[in-house]
Design a protein around this ligand. Sequence first.
Ligand code: ZN
Length: 334
Amino acid sequence: MEKEITILKPSDMHLHLRQGDMLKTTVGDAETWFAQGVVMPNTLPPINTPDRLAAYRDDILSLAPDFKPIMSFKLYPGMSADAVKAMKASGALLGKLYPAGVTTNSEDGVKSWHDIKDALRAMCDLDLVLSIHCETPDAFVLDREYEYHREFAEIAKAFPDLRMVFEHMSDRRSVDFVASLSGRVAGTITAHHLLLTLDDVIGANMNPHTFCKPVVKGPEDRKALRQAAFSGDKKFFFGSDSAPHLKAKKESGSAGGGIYSSPCAVPLMAELFEKNGRLDKFENFMSVYGPAFYGLPAATSRITLVQKNSTIPPVIDGIVPLCAGKTLSWALKA
Ligand SMILES: [Zn+2]
């Protein structure tokens, strides 16, 4: 008999669905593997008005009616309390802080949290979650995340009641940092940061398809992230940060940061947890702790994975996915 794993359908607590033609691909893959997902707002133009949020949510639901988008808005310098209130009224559960210039479409981001003080106070009062891309843009690239700890700690101190997510942790020092903060602070972990190191990006020929922000780091960082994911600590949960760029753009000489992992992240994670003898922690990490932190129910439906080899396609609709061409040992049961 084939080996099987059945879990509550996962929740992807950090996801870039993009727009236009790409949206069809991304929501389809998200709907296959995830019951719900935190949809990031760094579109062009950004999701920072109620109208844009409603239109984006409608676009997503029209393509994937079985996928529940958890909507966010992008914080901007000087954002008022009333503007935050309007975003909450339109259905947003979180606001996203992008330090200016740190990643895709963040040139209009925030230079200092002091520039969004009023918005943060309102988010605190309205019990919205603050999600942060934690990197200091002008620091050395491998220390950018660590350098951001100070800013993160300042916000946590100024707003002790605010729920905060340290997104896509990549540095071993961030694991200890998040663990040391209150229960109102959590951290997401991606599949690629659990699987790759900098050797996969620049160890042989440079591979733009493994380039993301924050960049994947060393073996010790990956080890610490795995320990966090396997720990059963509810502060740490899955967020893919799946972020596609077209193959032609990735291979252009000026590759944007981002890895498309939606189509394969769940089976890759099943394999990782199984190989490390931690399948008992798999469901909570993928499906339970994330929604719980946001005060949302986990999925009611389940998925079953069966042990069966398949190959990750080299290209999906013009996008090279994570671990393209590699063999997966788990597949979705039909
Ligand atoms: Zn992201």
